[in-house]
Write a protein that binds this ligand. Structure first.
Ligand code: URA
Length: 212
């Protein structure tokens, strides 16, 4: 797995405000949205394009456009929804699928409760959106599902990651010939006994949408 830990003062600034427990939900949503756009800029560096020629008022110009088939953006519900607008603003022609996964509070194991993803992802570039890479269980299950459906390039965009989660995803992918990249704004210190990232930002879903 390739890892890209984005280093940019603006990203650090927004991430710090996002972590702050005094940041209210509307501000948290706006900051998450802005952060995703900055991360998406890095995450789309290897997006596939094809050559085109356009006519400027002066002369023909060689350029590129996004190649078909379009990329697929998949937020992992619920918290990944808070990253969708920022991503689709940058990639308005992308297809969007939805994957509902929840982790059991005791076992921390993920189960799938919603699968609205194309059955055939053969040859597709997929962007998985999940704000928190904690134990890695959810991301591993999501990556496996994408690979089963034929995706051949997977990029996970996570606002924050724990070293334990990165190690778990790396172990799950070890020895497999798969094209997977993680783009994240920061790798924090550790997970606590409840599976929260430390120092982290708390429960991303609750901070985005309120406690349900
Ligand atoms: N999910 C969250 O929302 N926060 C964490 O710290 C870990 C997992």
């Amino acid at each position: 797995m390739r890892k890209l830990i984005t280093e940019h003062p603006l990203i650090s600034h927004k991430l710090t405000a996002l972590r702050d427990e005094r940041t209210d939900s509307p501000t948290f949503r706006r900051l998450a949205d802005e952060l995703v756009m900055l991360l998406a800029y890095e995450a789309t560096r290897s997006i596939r394009v094809e050559a085109v020629t356009v006519q400027t008022p002066v002369a023909p110009a060689q350029g590129v456009r996004l190649a078909a088939p379009t990329p697929v953006v998949i937020p992992i519900l619920r918290a990944g929804l808070g990253m969708l607008d920022g991503m689709t603003r940058l990639l308005p022609t992308a297809e969007v699928g939805f994957l509902g996964m929840v982790r059991d509070h005791d076992t921390l194991q993920p189960t799938t409760y919603a699968d609205r993803i194309p059955g055939d992802l053969k040859g597709r570039q997929v962007f998985l959106l999940d704000p928190m890479l904690a134990t890695g269980g959810t991301l591993i299950a999501a990556i496996d599902l994408m690979l089963e459906r034929g995706a051949n390039q997977i990029t996970a965009i996570c606002l924050l990651s724990a070293p334990e989660g990165i190690a778990a995803v790396e172990a799950a992918l070890a020895g497999r010939d798969v094209d997977v990249t993680l783009v994240t704004a920061a790798v924090d210190e550790k997970l606590n006994e409840k599976g929260y990232i430390v120092p982290g930002l708390g429960d991303a879903g609750d901070r985005l949408f309120g406690v349900v």
